[in-house]
Ligand binder design. Structure first.
Ligand SMILES: Nc1ncnc2c1ncn2[C@@H]1O[C@H](COP(=O)(O)OP(=O)(O)OP(=O)(O)O)[C@@H](O)[C@H]1O
Ligand SMILES: [Mg+2]
Length: 499
């Protein structure tokens, strides 16, 4: 390790957004052939630092060196030319373009001959890159808008690989990926290292960080805290450095009894829709019902049918009184809330203030005689923002300016404030740090005790096992197994039913 040369260095980095000081004298040193983890709570400055390195933002002050030379990219294209490429935390592909066009965006010149773009050659090359990373199930002609969130991310990865970067920055991408997707990413990271290149890896999954990183740089509140060598990695130490206090290991439910309430609040019967093939289940009052499976098993469609977003080809979704749910407005009138996995596109209005995002589902209780009561609105938002510890300047701030985890909290605040009786959470802890994760789990337990019901769809098996009364595993759109809490299903047992 000691002999590895320094590939990149950032010193004295400062960056403010208005009154928010996102980076305060932060430094980072990246050696060749290493995976350097960047870890810290939501809003600690990881994406900001990564975005400056990738040419997306300019720092207010500070200096950067790539292979000993001053490095000062004016934009992300310039960073790409210098060999630095970043997979963003949020979706950054273009829906109306094909996978091939997305992979070679900004590099179209390669395929132009005599002023004409050779689209066929571009597609052939795109197919090669997709195959190289192990994502040949995606066709170069597929429009991104028709792909799943995960496949969109894989296209971004293919784009990065096609640039053959010296430094690949991966910002909170793994939680958007299934096991297969993650394996693809890990393989790319391994290959980068073998080729003498390096990776800056950002994730809230400490086990993953410990497993995949050679060193870890910790940020807290925009400050540099420390850099740990692999031999010094310990979950406890990392957590303490991140949060500044001890955090308990166990944040899942501690009881081992499943919900015994017979009262059905939602009934799904013989549904064929999207990827779902003849699905039936019922959700009980006070129950947390978990869904797990591989990426394309259809579990994300469960949330969409239950909220009336995806119409059923056959079968039906009914509420407690046996009334059909066929549209989101109907679902909301029966007090159902839904947080989609694709947060920026489906769960939030990122171009609007935090206040509007939180209040939008609750205007009936925030207005009188058709007029919105600003006082009530402000109180409502302040209370929720406080409960969820949303890190923001004030509630007028636009959601797009928030860090990833804080955006997720806004989506949650909206449905908590709405007072949903049934909450559908699709990958709710995506991008959320450990402190907030345990808050969210506690909140789920509290809601359950109050008799609310939750559908928890998640790629994280420990989370599904740790929180659910009952776990349903899907495989190829069908239910392949169902397990009650008291049966203590293990991860490996569930995986047997997934593949
Ligand atoms: N465009 C922006 N405008 C205003 N404030 C911003 C902007 N981008 C980031 N911030 C603020 O800077 C701080 C650091 O945010 P950053 O996105 O770097 O955090 P992070 O460590 O990546 O967090 P997360 O784990 O939630 O993704 C936050 O307080 C955030 O609200
Ligand atoms: Mg971030």
């Amino acid at each position: 390790m000691g002999q590895q040369k320094v590939l990149f260095e950032a010193k004295d980095m400062f960056k403010s957004f208005g009154v928010t000081k996102a980076l305060k004298e932060v430094k980072l040193e990246l050696k060749s052939s290493e995976v350097l983890g960047l870890i810290g709570e939501n809003g600690s400055g990881k994406s900001t630092l990564a975005s400056i390195i990738a040419g997306i933002w300019a720092a207010d002050s500070g200096s950067m060196f790539l292979e000993g030379q001053q490095y000062f990219p004016k934009n992300s294209m310039e960073a790409n030319y210098s060999g630095i490429c970043m997979i963003l935390q949020e979706k950054s592909t273009f829906d109306h373009l094909s996978a091939a066009n997305n992979i070679f965006i900004g590099a179209e010149k390669r395929f132009v001959k005599a002023g004409i773009l050779d689209g066929r050659r571009m597609k052939r090359e795109a197919a090669k890159v997709l195959q190289e990373i192990g994502a040949s199930h995606i066709s170069p002609s597929d429009m991104i808008g028709n792909l799943s969130f995960e496949d969109g991310k894989l296209v971004e990865l293919a784009r990065a690989v096609s640039i053959k970067p010296k430094i690949l920055i991966v910002d909170e991408t793994t939680t958007a990926l299934s096991r297969t997707g993650r394996d693809i990413l890990y393989l790319i990271m391994e290959k980068m290292k073998k080729g003498g290149n390096s990776v800056i890896f950002i994730s809230h999954d400490i086990d993953e960080m410990v497993d995949k990183c050679d060193r870890l740089t910790v940020l807290r509140d925009g400050n540099y805290v420390d850099t740990l060598e692999k031999k010094d990695f310990s979950t406890q130490v990392i957590r303490r450095l991140m949060v500044g206090r001890e955090i308990s290991d166990n944040y899942y439910r501690t009881d081992s009894e499943s919900c015994k309430n017979e009262e059905i609040v939602l009934q799904v019967k013989d549904v064929i829709a999207g990827k779902l093939d003849n699905i039936s289940f019922s959700l009980h009052k006070g129950e947390i019902l978990g869904f797990g499976g591989l990426a394309d098993c259809g579990m994300h469609d469960i949330g969409r049918i239950a909220f009336g977003l995806l119409s059923t080809d056959t079968g039906e979704v009914k509420d407690a009184k046996g009334k059909k749910i066929e549209a989101p407005a109907q679902a909301m009138s029966r007090k159902i809330g839904y947080i989609a996995k694709n947060r920026d596109q489906e769960a939030l209005m990122t171009n609007s203030p935090i206040l509007d995002n939180i209040c939008i589902a609750s205007y009936d209780k925030l207005s009188k005689n058709g007029c919105i009561l600003p006082g009530r609105e402000n109180k409502f938002v302040d209370y929720l923002a406080d409960q969820l510890e949303i890190k923001m300047q004030d509630s007028k701030q636009y959601v797009m300016e928030l860090s990833g985890g804080n955006k997720q909290k806004v989506a949650l605040a909206k449905w908590l404030g709405f007072g949903a009786d049934i909450l559908i959470l699709d990958c709710p802890t995506r991008g959320i740090d450990i402190g907030i994760k345990s808050n969210l789990y506690n909140l789920m337990i509290k809601l359950k005790k109050e008799g609310k019901s939750i559908i928890l769809i998640s790629e994280e098996l420990p989370e599904v096992i740790g929180m659910s009364d009952r776990v349903i595993i899907l495989k190829n759109g069908r239910i392949s197994g169902e397990f009650r809490r008291e049966a203590h299903p293990t991860e490996s047992l569930l995986i047997d039913y997934m593949v």
